[in-house]
Design a protein around this ligand. Structure first.
Ligand SMILES: Nc1ncnc2c1ncn2[C@@H]1O[C@H](COP(=O)(O)OP(=O)(O)OP(=O)(O)O)[C@@H](O)[C@H]1O
Length: 389
């Protein structure tokens, strides 16, 4: 999943007839408002750089007016970027393509799912899903087969013949999603697809998208203005500010743990971090671990020298066994006589899932990977700090 399918470099979009007037002012750091007053040009995007990897959900997040739609429209070339490159894995630069080349690229590369579903109310569910395939010139039988498959993927098997107008908002968006998936594009562009839905239906649609993504492993560029949604869905999140600049591009946990500036911090405040941050990202390495085969006297001596009350015990290959307390060790014959088998957390666990263990453990909770290799420990105080933040 590490190769970029699309790479965007030094992308600018300036609306208006004289972008060359606005460009130097962008370079000098003038705001959108100031540039508009001075030149009558509107800066949509300024110097955007990123790539999207094959198979990831790449989220573009920002408030209204930050340039999210402008960016997605530059990518599928509904609008032409003023400066910059948008290069596909094939090496072709979308920003320089002719209309004819664009037709081909849009057909092969891009599927769209919109907030306003863009469905034809008097056509049946199946006909709506088949629309993109029909435009591609696909024969009827194949069209029906592909559309039925897509409908079943979004949980609408049995609804093929219903009219769009008979469906709830959530179901209509499922049809929109099925239509986007039916053409099997290289990249699915989703422009605030769930923003108009009721909160519960919205959560349901997020779950559905993640479930489909597990199976299909599509490349998805997903726009939202909701950080909770971004964090739930995104493998990576790019945040744009109100000036059309990129402020942070990171994995969700990184954004929560290290917001790059006050602007990002203000979004992060409202997110329950314990449901997202994995214990692994708070891991600390102990200065010393005990091997289970070490002589007891040696162990006591070392713990004494290092002034440690306890130590994690590992086997020869670094797998976690348990914890020993120095005082108990002094009164035991062997290390294994006084070992506490404190249940470790696997690295995939979020802090929230691991919370009972943090609270009930007398020692900092050990963290292991899924093969029981010892990674380190997490302190209760760190967890509490996150909850309080
Ligand atoms: N065709 C246009 N002509 C002039 N200015 C435009 C045009 N399209 C967008 N803009 C401006 O570019 C900026 C970015 O707009 P854009 O619609 O991309 O933001 P957005 O993040 O998608 O907002 P929203 O969440 O409200 O859709 C805004 O200031 C907007 O007014």
């Amino acid at each position: 999943m590490d190769e970029p399918i699309i790479q965007v470099t030094e992308l600018y979009k300036i609306f208006g007839k004289k972008p060359e007037k606005a460009y130097p002012l962008i370079k000098e750091g003038f705001s959108r408002q100031e540039i508009k007053e001075k030149t009558k040009q509107v800066v949509g995007l300024r110097n955007i750089n990123f790539d999207v990897k094959r198979g990831e959900i790449f989220v573009i997040m920002g408030l209204s007016g930050s340039g999210k739609s402008t960016l997605i429209r530059c990518i599928n070339r509904l609008i032409k970027p003023t400066f910059g490159k948008i290069v596909l894995e094939t090496g072709a630069d979308i920003s320089q393509m002719s209309e004819k080349e664009l037709l081909e690229i849009r057909r092969k590369y891009f599927g769209m799912v919109f907030q306003k579903f863009g469905l034809l109310p008097n056509r049946s569910v199946l006909e709506n899903v088949a629309l993109g395939l029909e435009i591609q010139g696909m024969g009827l039988e194949e069209r029906i087969e592909k559309s039925e498959k897509a409908l079943s993927l979004v949980g609408l098997k049995g609804w093929e013949k219903s009219k769009i107008s008979e469906l709830s908002g959530g179901m209509q968006q499922r049809v929109g999603l099925a239509r986007g998936l039916a053409v099997n594009p290289e990249i699915l562009l989703m422009d605030e697809p769930f923003s108009a839905l009721d909160p519960l239906i919205r959560l349901e649609m997020q779950e559905l998208l993640l479930k489909i993504q597990k199976k299909m492993k599509k490349t998805i560029i997903f726009i939202t203005h909701d950080l909770n949604e971004a964090i739930k869905l995104g493998d990576r999140i790019m945040i744009l500010n109100e000036e059309g600049s990129l402020v942070q591009l990171s994995h969700p946990e990184e954004i929560l743990l290290n917001p790059q500036n006050d602007f990002v911090e203000s979004f992060v405040k409202d997110v329950d971090k314990t449901t997202v941050i994995r214990a692994e990202s708070l891991v600390k390495k102990p200065e010393f671990t005990l091997n289970n085969t070490i002589e007891k006297e040696n162990a006591v001596k070392i713990l004494g020298e290092l002034n440690l009350d306890f130590a994690y015990v590992l086997d020869d290959s670094g797998k976690y066994i348990g914890v020993v307390n120095n005082e108990e060790l002094q009164n035991s014959e062997k290390i294994m006589d006084c070992i506490h088998k404190i249940k470790p957390l696997e690295d995939v666990k979020t802090i929230n899932q691991g919370l009972p263990q943090f609270i009930s453990s007398d020692y900092p909770v050990p963290i292991v990977d899924d093969e029981n290799n010892f990674l380190g420990y997490v302190e209760f105080e760190e967890v509490i700090k996150l909850i309080k933040e």
